[in-house]
Design a protein around this ligand. Structure first.
Ligand code: AMP
Ligand code: ZN
Length: 463
C-alpha cells in the first residue's frame, strides 16, 4: 500500500512500525463555534483512511486532541460570558454527534489541553534543559535555529520566514521565527508553571498529548488539513523530536481544502456552511460520497448540485444492495464472463485504495460492479451465486467508505406519542369504533408510520 508522505513529497510504501498496529494521530477541533463543512472534509477523509486500515485488520490507536485553550475560544468566552470549558464542551459534543451521523468512527482518545498542562510543562522543561528553548519575560520560546531539521516537512526554512516577519511587540524573542511554548500573563484561563502563571502555546499540545497516549512511541500516521503543515506540524516535529530524541511521526498526511469559489472554507473568512444546517437538508451519506468523489489530497469546491447528485448516486448503491439481497443465492446459470469482470472490478477497487486512497477510481470500480450485476439481473437465468458474491464484496467496500443508510431515529417524545396513538386505536377497535381506528391509522401514516396488525397485536415501523 502506498501513501503520499508530505515529509518526503512522494508516495511511499507503507510499513507499520509495529506489525499489525497503527498509531494514528489527527489534529482535532478548536471548538469555539459549530463545526463547518470544511471540518467534515478533513475528518471524513481521515475516517476513510482509518477504516481501510481496520479492514486490513490493523489494530488502530486513534488519538485526536481538543484545543480548548486558544485565543479564539477565549475571545468567544469574553463575548458570551461562558467559560472556555463550557464553550468547548458544548461545541465539541455537538460536533461529535454530527460526526457520528456522518459515520465517522470515534477516536480512542480525545485529550483536552486543559487536562494535560502537567505533560505540557514537563515537555517544555525538557526542551529548556536540552537547549532547545529559553525563557524571557513574556514566555518560553522554542529556538528554531537549535534544530537542524527545522523545515523538513514544509520545506520552509526559518530564514525564509524571517524576512518581512515582524516580531509582535508583546513578545520578546531572540529570533522572530521562534515560537511560544508558554505564554506568560493573565488571560481568561491561566495555569501555574515553573515560569509563572500563563498558558501553553498552540503547537506544544499535540506533541505532548500524542506522546502521552502512545507511551512515547513513534506515530505511524499524523494527519490534518493542509493548512496545518506549516507552521503547526513543522513546530510539532521540532518540539517532539528534540524532546524524544527520535522521529515523531513516520507518515504525514494532509487533506485538501473544501473551498468556496476557490477559497478555503473557514470561520475567519466568513464563507462557511455550518455542518448541521447541511445535515438538515441532505442525508449524511450524500456528504460523504460528495467528498469521496475527490481524492483526499485534492481541493473540493462546494457545490449543492454535486451534493444532491451524490445523494442520488448513494441511493442507487443502496438500491443495488437491496435488489441483490432479494435474489436467491444459488441457482441460475453460471456466467464466467461476468465473474471475470466482477473480479477485475473488485481488484481495481483495492488497487485504487492501495494507491494512496484513490477513492474516485475506487468508486468507478464499484459502479462497474453495479452495472455488471444489473445487466445480469435482467437475464432470464442470472448467475445468482455470482451476484451474491458481488454483493458481499460491495458491502465491504461500502463499509470502507463509510457509506451506510442512516437509521431514522425517533425522539423519545415522538415515540411516546406514537405508542399512545397505537394504543388508542387498539381500544377503538375493541370497542368496534372502526371510524376512529381508521382515522388514527391515517394520522399515523401522515407521521410516516406503517401499522401492521399481527397475531401478537399491532406492530409499527417507520417508512
Ligand atoms: P480548526 O478547528 O479550524 O482548528 O480545524 C480542525 C481541522 O479541520 C484541521 O485539521 C483543519 O485543517 C481542518 N479544516 C478546517 N477548515 C477546512 C477546510 N475548509 N477544508 C478542509 N479541512 C479544513
Ligand atoms: Zn496538532
Amino acid at each position: 500500500m502506498k501513501i503520499y508522505n508530505t515529509l518526503s513529497r512522494q508516495a511511499e510504501e507503507f510499513e507499520p512500525i509495529e506489525e499489525g498496529k497503527l498509531y494514528f494521530y489527527v489534529c482535532g477541533l478548536t471548538p469555539y463555534d459549530h463545526a463547518h463543512l470544511g471540518h467534515a472534509r478533513t475528518y471524513i477523509s481521515m475516517d476513510m483512511v482509518k477504516r481501510y486500515f481496520l479492514h486490513k485488520k490493523y489494530d488502530v490507536l486513534h488519538i485526536q486532541n481538543i484545543t480548548d485553550i486558544e485565543d479564539k475560544i477565549f475571545n468567544r468566552s469574553r463575548e458570551s460570558g461562558k467559560s472556555p470549558q463550557e464553550l468547548s464542551e458544548k461545541f465539541h459534543t455537538e460536533a461529535l454527534e454530527e460526526f457520528k451521523r456522518l459515520n465517522i468512527l470515534p477516536a480512542d482518545y480525545y485529550p483536552k489541553v486543559s487536562e494535560h498542562i502537567r505533560e505540557i510543562i514537563e515537555m517544555i522543561g525538557k526542551l529548556i534543559e536540552n537547549g532547545h528553548a529559553y525563557e524571557t519575560e513574556t514566555g518560553v520560546y522554542y529556538s528554531v535555529s537549535s534544530f537542524q531539521d527545522y523545515g523538513k516537512l514544509s520545506g520552509q526554512k526559518p530564514e525564509g520566514r524571517r524576512s518581512g516577519a515582524r516580531c509582535s511587540i508583546e513578545e520578546t524573542k531572540k529570533d522572530p521565527a521562534d515560537f511560544a511554548l508558554w505564554k506568560k500573563g493573565e488571560d481568561v484561563l491561566i495555569f501555574e508553571s515553573p515560569w509563572g502563571k500563563g498558558r501553553p502555546g498552540w503547537h506544544i499540545e499535540c506533541s505532548a498529548m500524542s506522546m502521552k497516549y502512545t507511551g512515547g512511541r513513534e506515530l505511524d500516521i499524523h494527519g490534518g488539513g493542509r493548512d496545518l503543515a506549516f507552521p503547526h506540524h513543522e513546530n510539532e516535529i521540532a518540539q517532539a523530536e528534540c524532546a524524544l530524541g527520535h522521529r515523531f511521526a513516520k507518515y504525514w498526511m494532509h487533506t485538501g481544502f473544501l473551498t468556496v469559489k476557490g477559497e478555503k472554507m473557514s470561520k475567519s473568512l466568513g464563507n462557511f456552511i455550518v455542518l448541521r444546517d447541511l445535515l438538515d437538508k441532505y442525508p449524511p451519506y450524500a456528504l460523504r460520497l460528495f467528498f469521496l468523489h475527490s481524492h483526499y489530497r485534492s481541493p473540493v469546491d462546494y457545490s449543492e448540485e454535486n451534493i444532491s447528485s451524490s445523494q442520488t448516486t448513494a441511493e442507487r448503491m443502496f438500491n443495488f444492495l437491496e435488489h441483490a439481497g432479494e435474489l436467491p443465492e444459488s441457482g441460475g446459470t453460471e456466467n464466467g464472463e461476468l465473474r471475470k469482470k466482477l473480479q477485475e472490478e473488485t481488484e481495481g477497487f483495492y488497487r485504487a485504495m492501495d494507491n494512496d486512497f484513490d477513492t474516485p477510481t475506487a468508486l468507478s470500480h464499484m459502479f462497474g460492479i453495479m452495472t455488471e450485476c444489473f445487466s445480469e439481473m435482467r437475464k432470464e437465468e442470472p448467475d445468482y451465486p455470482g451476484i451474491a458474491e458481488a454483493k458481499r464484496d460491495f458491502e465491504k467496500m461500502m463499509w470502507i467508505l463509510g457509506l451506510e443508510k442512516e437509521e431514522k431515529k425517533l425522539s423519545p417524545e415522538k415515540e411516546k406519542e406514537i405508542k399512545f396513538l397505537v394504543q388508542k386505536r387498539e381500544t377503538a377497535r375493541k370497542e368496534r369504533n372502526f371510524k376512529l381506528a381508521d382515522e388514527i391509522r391515517d394520522e399515523l401514516a401522515r407521521m410516516g408510520i406503517l401499522l401492521e396488525d399481527t397475531e401478537e397485536g399491532p406492530k409499527w415501523k417507520m417508512r
